[in-house]
Design a protein around this ligand. Sequence first.
Ligand SMILES: [Zn+2]
Length: 162
Amino acid sequence: MISGRCAACKYLRRRCPSDCIFSPYFPPNDHQRFACVHRIYGASNVGKMLQQIPSHDLRAKAADTLYFEAKYRIQDPVYGCVGMITQLHQQIHSAESELAKIRAQIAFLNSNDHAQESQVQNIETKLHPDSNILILPEQINAAGLWSTYVPTSASSTQTSWF
Ligand SMILES: [Zn+2]
């Protein structure tokens, strides 16, 4: 049964036994998977590690992890998968700081909206009761100046009459 050999047995050019430890985790259609693991850990070590794990589900997870770690160790011989993890941590950190900035902007804009709403309410309360004319603070000041100006001119005209 040469065609039924798993990727590991094919790679190692050996007969694949029915109880092959690699067979469930290294299917024959994915040569790269076993090649990576063999290059970093060695086939014998991978076989021993998988045999130490009793559960099939855990063995599958271990094989996936070994492949992931080996793949990134080949891509980045210095940092391996730690390089990828660090990169993802940095992405999370920058996304979190961006989110914090946007939340602060939203809070700032909301507080500005509330301040403007209360200003509009204050101005509305200063409306003249008989008319719909809005009395602004500048107009009140101008009226005040006018009222102080009139008596002095009246008194000056009065003095000229006598
Ligand atoms: Zn095999």
